[in-house]
Design a protein around this ligand. Structure first.
Ligand SMILES: Cc1cc2nc3c(=O)[nH]c(=O)nc-3n(C[C@H](O)[C@H](O)[C@H](O)COP(=O)(O)OP(=O)(O)OC[C@H]3O[C@@H](n4cnc5c(N)ncnc54)[C@H](O)[C@@H]3O)c2cc1C
Length: 424
């Protein structure tokens, strides 16, 4: 069975590797370098606890607060495409209590498998940097901690069953001496994990090639042509290749939308730009990944560096590093730390979270387009859910039956107009 995967981010590579494990002849095509887009400079959390949609009650209030503050973590850059206004309108509709609770339950159910699929990769010899220190949410303001304890109770009610401990006062320094002793409190999600995301994509790419798969880099897919001579789909690349495929997995991040439009398929995706600094430094480095609550900045310690990331700039599709925004994120993150500060920059980065209107992924076969499978829209959770997505999607593509955890994530949930009847 010849299968082509478009996009070599964490999602495309996880699908490709798992398909190669099931005996498919897999080719992955990427317009850039494998793993170098959204899957590179993020903080690498594997976090069932935080598997929540941003489309939720209070999203509009939080967004407006952020948009009107010079130091707010979120921004919106409207563009002239008709699709953008419709994306925002659908996001608002998805933020109702009822819809958001349904999406949260589905994400919690899916993410419960996250760690098991990461372990399965490690057991099969896929190599990547992996940490089991949990994840700590740090609060400067006691009222925010109290409010978040209520959020934690709701996440528990939605199915999360990991241990959670709250540290206050002198406990905080004992827990992680990198955190300032005068913060209001720290909530430790004990069983969460993190990886160095670049090492995960490199590990998956290497394991794919070891299984006989092919990886074509720096060659954009220009178009997808249906039902040509060799198979169901032909993938046409900028390098002049025509790749015949029995199955086609489209995992091209937010670019999936443009790729599928000519096939009459509308995936309601938008880019949400984020930024990060990876650096070595001086002082006491954090021993846990940190979510710095008031500023929505994040921080992960890796083997030889610390990464600080943040911002959620909706509609920004450019790759320009906004120096002011990155400096703001770093300054905000350091205000939670006792002594650590960066002295030697390893990488400054921007990346785009592929974000759907209900902020949950789109995974599954496309109705009325046999052989075409979608795996994208993981938003803030692509690393968390990448290994699970790869395994379950590969089983469905290989004909092993519908995977129940994926059922809530089909494209059809956005309505019948997502797949138009056109002459292909
Ligand atoms: C600041 C920040 C922090 C984050 N932290 C976390 C975290 O801690 N945990 C977590 O789970 N997630 C996190 N995320 C989200 C995570 O990074 C994404 O969800 C994930 O990387 C998306 O993976 P992907 O494979 O869908 O997309 P990408 O990694 O963007 O891969 C898509 C690929 O498709 C390719 N492509 C596009 N168009 C074409 C074409 N025409 N032809 C060929 N190839 C094409 C691109 O070159 C790219 O390589 C974070 C994101 C940001 C921005």
């Amino acid at each position: 069975m010849k299968t082509t995967v478009i996009g070599a981010g964490v999602i495309g590579l996880a699908c490709a590797y798992e398909l190669s494990e099931l005996g498919h002849e897999v080719t992955v095509v990427d317009s850039g370098t494998a793993g170098a887009a959204a899957s590179a400079g993020n903080v690498g959390w594997i976090t069932p606890f935080l598997s929540l949609p941003r489309a939720a009650p209070g999203a509009v209030r939080d967004a407006l607060k952020s948009f009107t503050s010079a130091e707010g973590p979120a921004r919106m850059r409207p563009h002239v495409e008709l699709g953008f206004a419709s994306w925002v309108a659908q996001f608002l509709l998805s933020s109702s209590k009822k819809r958001s609770s349904r999406r949260t339950a589905a994400l919690q159910e899916f993410s419960r498998q996250a760690h098991q699929h990461v372990d399965s990769l490690l057991e099969r010899g896929v190599e990547f940097e992996h940490h089991k220190d949990g994840l700590a949410v740090v609060f400067k303001d006691a009222a925010n901690l109290a409010h978040y304890e209520e959020t934690a109770a709701r996440i528990r009610a939605a199915g999360y069953d990991g241990p959670v401990t709250v540290h206050r006062g002198s406990d905080i320094t004992a827990f992680d001496p990198a955190i300032r002793g005068d913060v209001a409190g720290v909530m430790h999600l004990e069983t969460e994990r993190h990886v160095r995301p670049e090492s995960l994509t490199q590990g998956l790419a290497k394991a794919l090639v070891n299984n006989g798969g092919s990886l074509i880099e720096s060659e954009a897919v220009l178009r997808i042509e249906p039902q040509k001579r060799h198979g169901v789909w032909t993938v046409v690349t900028a390098g002049g290749r025509e790749i015949p495929s029995d199955n086609l997995v489209v995992a091209a991040g937010y670019a999936t939308r443009a790729l599928l439009k000519p096939l009459g398929v509308t995936v309601p995706l938008e880019a949400a730009k984020g930024t990060s600094l990876t650096a070595r430094g001086e002082g006491v480095a954090p021993s846990h990944p940190l979510k710095l609550y008031e500023n929505m900045a994040t921080c992960s310690p890796f083997d030889d560096a610390v990464r600080i990331s943040g911002t959620f700039d909706l509609g920004r599709r450019d790759f320009r590093l906004d120096r002011k925004r990155l400096d703001m994120v770093v300054r905000q993150a350091l205000s939670y730390l006792d002594s650590w500060h960066p002295t030697e920059t390893e990488m400054e980065w921007v990346g785009h979270r592929p974000t759907t209107v209900d902020d949950t992924p789109v995974i599954g076969p496309v109705e009325r387009r046999p052989g075409l499978y979608l795996a994208t829209g993981h938003g803030t959770l692509g690393v968390s859910l990448g290994p699970a997505t790869g395994t379950l999607a590969a089983r469905e593509i290989a004909g092993q039956g519908e995977q129940a955890a994926l059922t809530p994530f089909r494209l059809a949930r956005f309505g019948s107009r997502t797949v138009r009847s056109i002459n292909l």
